[in-house]
Design a protein around this ligand. Structure first.
Ligand code: AMP
Ligand code: MG
Length: 184
């Protein structure tokens, strides 16, 4: 079985997934890492945060290659995005051709209070996050809800919205694991 875990930058997805790793046998595969390694190897980017600034057709090519590789893996949690905020607009992380490769059973969307997301972004020196206003964060989380609905209607896979409140990443991970056990 394959499932998707998504969430906007700064929502605490990596932290939740670190905790998830200790609670399940599922392997956690980062979609962006696969894309980054492919792009880096051919000299397109030097950091993962440059990926979303590449021309859209280049991003789509990398996205297709990554999804073909992940679609062959069993029992994986796919760490990815419902949408990527590019200079050209929101790009779907799971367009039809990716959904067809991945054949996921469930989509999880990690969400948090927009203020907390702003704070988490400014304290993460490891990434080059875009500086955004509260309204941008609110919009991005709302957009992702509509994109996950489309994915679910197209594939029949279930949707869970997972709250990641300050200091409660462990609880968020537990909530995902509970669903994974039921689906297994
Ligand atoms: P992350 O470390 O999860 O923020 O992912 C790094 C980057 O990988 C993102 O900013 C996107 O540029 C890219 N990425 C991840 N998942 C996808 C996807 N499903 N489709 C397109 N690009 C993606
Ligand atoms: Mg992350």
């Amino acid at each position: 079985m394959r499932v998707v875990v998504s969430g906007i930058p700064g929502v605490g997805k990596s932290t939740v997934l670190e905790m998830l790793k200790k609670k399940t046998d599922y392997e956690i595969i980062n979609f962006g890492t696969l894309m980054y390694e492919m792009a880096r190897d051919i000299g397109l980017v030097r950091s993962r945060d440059e990926l979303r600034k590449l021309p859209i057709d280049t991003q789509i090519n990398l996205q297709k290659k990554a999804s073909a590789a992940i679609g062959r893996m069993e029992n994986v949690v796919i760490d990815t995005h419902m949408t990527i905020k590019t200079p050209d607009g929101y790009m779907p992380g799971l367009p039809e051709w990716v959904l067809r490769e991945l054949k996921c059973s469930a989509y999880f969307v990690i969400e948090a209070d927009p203020q907390s997301i702003l704070k988490r972004r400014s304290s993460d020196g490891t990434r080059s996050r875009d500086s955004e206003m509260l309204d941008d964060i609110i919009e991005h989380q709302a957009i992702n809800r509509s994109f996950v609905a489309s994915c679910s209607i197209y594939t029949g896979a279930t949707v869970s919205l997972i709250k990641n409140e300050d200091g409660k990443a462990e609880l968020a991970a537990q909530n995902i694991v509970r669903r994974l056990m039921k689906n297994a």
